[in-house]
Design a protein around this ligand. Structure first.
Ligand SMILES: Cc1ncc(COP(=O)(O)O)c(C=O)c1O
Length: 440
């Protein structure tokens, strides 16, 4: 028991548990894994080394871990209704960023071209990103990156434009998926564009994995060559990832995972993934996934009614992106003020944001975790009112144009907001609400 063997760590866990219980966790990439998932991740499976693939290991004592990994692979294929003659899955990636690096290492040569969504439009850093000409991720250090954008007016993909750009750029791989794109992706069109220029199509459905599993977001499997997903977001498993690949590509992928970029698989995590997959097969999970979207759409609508600009006008998913440029404030101070009010979300860039990433113009909100707690449209309406009340209190704090003054300005603004009566009242009301909704 940690409480007896290490009181320092036990106390930190206890405090974090209280935080997760009493605040509204509205970061779209977070969720609450079930007690069964957590049991598996904390199990004796973590004691075993198992480099290699089931039945092809570099270690002895593999009887049960082989059985486990094969079972989890089968569940993954079953959940997404994949034919094992066409698809295979590797359940070993430690997380989404290593999984993407592994796919790129497997399919590309150094300097080959990746075409991916621009980061500040909502793309992910593991698909390539440089700042001031300095490559900041594995993908941009070793490959050539061509970014595509959302449409300037609608903030959704213009597939004709992406096609034109791909014809010109001739990428070796086209990647879809990101962290802040609120709309469903047309995988049929993306796959067609990729294949028309001889590129692979990688669908990174990390965010929407659970929504795809429940059939409430589009499935990429018919059109993609490789599909990557993290297991800890809408899929509600432990932190990890899975790479699904067409059979012809799997040998390269397996080799890139091990020995390419990883060592021993985290068998405890693989067991947790297996449990999450079987939970996602249950009818209740489909109801849960539908409710995630209903909640996000209600939140978007209620915020819109209160004068907030919602990127792309709404959402098809679990996330809502607010563009605060019409309020002339950065997302940073509202995100901090919302935290004071027990509402946890991200400050985030918005498409065509000219503000720097540390002081971006948006707020990103998600519904997977609060939906796991059982919250529905009624609670979303309340939350929208609270978010509006808190943001309204921050409107007077316009960031100074001199970048050097910003950090001190934010510090002083937060000092003032700490005493704000409305924010304190919202914090109390959030606590009351959260006390009625258990976490797993
Ligand atoms: C689209 C996408 N790909 C990859 C990742 C990376 O996952 P991880 O944080 O597990 O490395 C994320 C994480 O947010 C993501 O949203």
């Amino acid at each position: 028991m940690i409480s007896q063997s290490d009181t320092s760590i036990a106390t930190i866990i206890k405090k974090e548990k209280l935080r997760q219980t009493t605040q509204l966790q509205m970061i779209p990439s977070e969720n609450y894994a079930s007690a069964a998932v957590r049991d598996a991740v904390g199990s004796i499976l973590m004691n075993k080394y198992s480099e290699g693939q089931p039945n092809k290991r570099y270690y002895q004592g593999m009887k049960y871990v082989d059985e486990l990994e094969l079972l989890v692979e089968q569940r993954a294929l079953d959940l997404f209704k994949l034919n094992p003659d066409e698809w295979h899955v590797n359940v070993q990636p430690y997380s989404g960023s290593p999984a993407n690096a592994e796919i790129l290492m497997a399919l590309l040569k150094p300097k080959d071209k990746i075409m991916a969504m621009y980061l500040t439009d909502g793309g992910h850093i593991s698909h390539g990103w440089s700042f001031k000409e300095r490559p900041l991720s594995f993908a941009s250090k070793f490959f050539t990156i061509e970014f595509y954008h959302v449409d300037q007016k609608t903030k959704v993909f213009d597939y004709d434009e992406i096609e034109k750009q791909a014809k010109k750029a001739k990428p070796n791989i086209l990647i879809s998926g990101g962290t802040a794109y609120p709309r469903d992706i047309n995988h049929k069109k993306m796959g067609k564009i990729a294949h028309s220029v001889g590129a692979y199509y990688l669908a990174d459905v990390s965010h929407e994995a659970g929504l795809v599993a429940a059939n409430v977001n589009a499935s990429p499997f018919k059109y993609a060559d490789v599909v990557m997903m993290t297991t800890h977001k809408t899929l509600r498993g432990p932190r990890g990832a899975m790479i699904f690949a067409r059979k012809i590509l799997i040998e390269q992928i397996d080799k890139a995972v091990f020995p390419g970029l990883q060592g021993g698989p985290h068998n405890h995590t693989i067991a947790g993934i297996g449990i999450a997959l079987s939970e996602a097969m249950k009818p209740e999970f489909k109801i849960y996934a539908k409710q995630i979207i209903k909640n996000a759409q209600t939140l978007a609508l209620e915020l819109k009614k209160r004068g907030y600009e919602i990127v792309s006008g709404g959402t098809d998913k679990h996330l809502v992106l607010i563009d605060l440029r019409n309020k002339d404030i950065s997302g940073k101070i509202p995100a901090r003020a919302l935290e004071m009010a027990n509402i946890i979300c991200n400050f985030n860039t918005v498409p065509f944001d000219s503000a720097p990433p540390l002081y971006p113009s948006g707020l990103r909100l998600g519904t997977p975790a609060i939906t796991t707690r059982g919250m529905k449209e009624k609670e979303m309406k309340k939350i929208a009112v609270w978010i509006d009340q808190v943001i309204t209190e921050t409107l007077e704090f316009k960031l100074p144009s001199d970048r050097k003054e910003r950090s001190l300005f934010v510090k002083n603004a937060m000092k003032k907001l700490e005493k704000n009566k409305i924010i304190k009242q919202v914090a109390r009301e959030v606590k009351q609400l959260t006390s009625k909704f258990l976490i797993p």
